[in-house]
Design a protein around this ligand. Structure first.
Ligand code: PEP
Length: 254
């Protein structure tokens, strides 16, 4: 049986956006999706924590999903500055990014920690967007497939399904650099991820689970990347801050 996976285009605003520009961007995207009859893709916006509720209000009548950029693994407690998955759900989020390479680097997050966060997201009813990907040194050392397989194995929580999990393959060296792997390389890593998911979750679940590509996705390269068999959408950083670019990437995925 052939499974059709609906593309997901996720915008990671990172530490960008104040109420003026952030809300204007969310409102513009909500307008575009409302004006497009039945688009063949899903959109997700992950604003900074400070804008979640106001962006959520701007998207209230829209099909665009709302997500956090991170959550703590604990339900609550003495974790100053952190946000729990339940808090994100309470603020209107349906998704949360975990294990982004910037958090792995800036906050020394390990695979085990990412796995715990993904488990917390599941427990709170959120979809975890689990990021994995090799550094440039690992790529140059020919370790891409080993690193990606190891991160996937160690970051995927028990109970992961196509409904509560999305994987984002993001080569660290491609994030925010304007560089991307060749389509052949992206294709090979995504096929590896799909194969690993099949071994862990079974063929049916793996065939339905969305695997996104992230790393310098732009309007100019999106169509080629999104056309690859095992690429089911994109996690977009810089280009998600511009309505025209983000929208153009989304349209390229359909
Ligand atoms: C990201 O932050 O996940 C990302 C892919 O960033 P960019 O699109 O800017 O490379």
């Amino acid at each position: 049986m052939t499974v059709t996976r609906r593309p997901l285009i996720a915008g990671n605003w990172k530490m960008n956006g104040l109420s003026g520009d952030g809300l204007a961007l969310a409102e513009e995207l909500a307008r575009r999706i409302e004006d497009s009859a039945d688009p063949d893709f899903d959109l997700l916006i992950c604003p900074p924590f400070t804008l979640i509720q106001r962006v959520g209000a701007a998207l209230a009548e829209s099909t665009i999903a709302l997500g956090g950029q991170d959550c703590h693994a604990a339900e609550s407690g003495a974790h100053t500055g952190d946000i729990s998955a339940a808090m994100l759900a309470d603020a209107g989020c349906s998704h949360v990014i975990v294990g982004h390479s910037e958090r792995r680097a800036d906050h020394a997050e390990t695979d085990a920690w990412v796995r715990a966060k993904a488990g917390a997201a599941r427990a709170a009813g959120l979809v975890a967007v689990i990021c994995i990907g090799e550094t440039e040194a690992q790529r140059d050392g020919g370790e891409t497939t080993t690193v990606v397989a190891r991160q996937l194995a160690a970051s995927l929580p028990d109970g992961a399904t196509a409904e509560n999990t999305v994987i984002a393959y993001e080569p660290v060296w491609a994030i925010g650099t304007g560089r991307t792997p060749s389509v052949t390389e992206v294709e090979a890593v995504h096929a590896l991820i799909r194969g690993d998911l099949a071994q862990r979750l079974g063929d049916d679940e793996a065939a339905r689970l969305r695997v996104l590509y992230g790393g310098s996705v732009k309007p100019g390269n999106a169509r080629e990347l999104m056309s690859l068999t095992d690429v089911d959408g994109a996690l977009v950083g810089g280009a998600s801050l511009h309505a025209d670019d983000f929208w153009s990437i989304a349209q390229s995925s359909a």
